[in-house]
Ligand binder design. Structure first.
Ligand SMILES: Cc1cc2nc3c(=O)[nH]c(=O)nc-3n(C[C@H](O)[C@H](O)[C@H](O)COP(=O)(O)O)c2cc1C
Length: 152
């Protein structure tokens, strides 16, 4: 049934980045969506086991980096290893968003959010974030669309 849901419900591919005190990290996420217009709210769905999960709880902020269609390798780099073991941002080019979340310079666009609600749902946690910063970085590129068979 997971395959049916994955094929039927389309998603982009994103790197969720975070800075909590002296720690920075990023992880790949496909389960990201806008959920409100006024105020402008996004949600990201993150499993509690992810290193990023604890860092967002500590920080209260995160950034969503939208990947472009030619960045599948970036999704794999941030999606198969944990920041507990490796520094995934070591060789990446990034700058700081308004509240310090790292933004990948090569991303299609980024949005930085302040966490306003946290909900436990099934085996994931929904972080609802109010948009505080953002920019389209690559105007001529198109988004990377998630396809289960590309990664798993
Ligand atoms: C294409 C792709 C999409 C993913 N989407 C999600 C997601 O939406 N939520 C989630 O919790 N993990 C997702 N993952 C898994 C995490 O990216 C992966 O477990 C990562 O290593 C966690 O890193 P961290 O421990 O440094 O936070 C995805 C992985 C891939 C490759």
């Amino acid at each position: 049934m997971q395959e049916v849901v994955s094929k039927g419900i389309s998603h982009g591919v994103y790197i969720i980045t975070v800075k909590a005190k002296d720690k920075i990290n990023g992880m790949t996420a496909a389960w990201v969506s806008q959920v409100s217009l006024r105020p402008l709210l996004l949600m990201v769905s993150i499993a509690p086991a992810r290193y990023t999960h604890g860092l967002i709880k500590k920080s209260g902020y995160f950034a969503v980096n939208a990947l472009a269609s030619d960045q599948k390798d970036v999704a794999k780099h941030f999606g198969y290893k944990s920041g507990r073991k490796v520094d995934k941002l070591k060789d990446a080019s990034y700058f700081d968003a308004k509240n310090g979340s790292p933004v990948l310079s090569d991303a299609l666009a980024f949005v930085e959010c302040k966490v306003v609600n946290i909900y436990d749902v099934g085996d994931h946690t929904l972080f609802i974030g109010e948009v505080i910063d953002g920019k389209i970085l690559k105007k001529d590129k198109s988004p990377l669309i998630f396809r289960w068979e590309d990664y798993f």
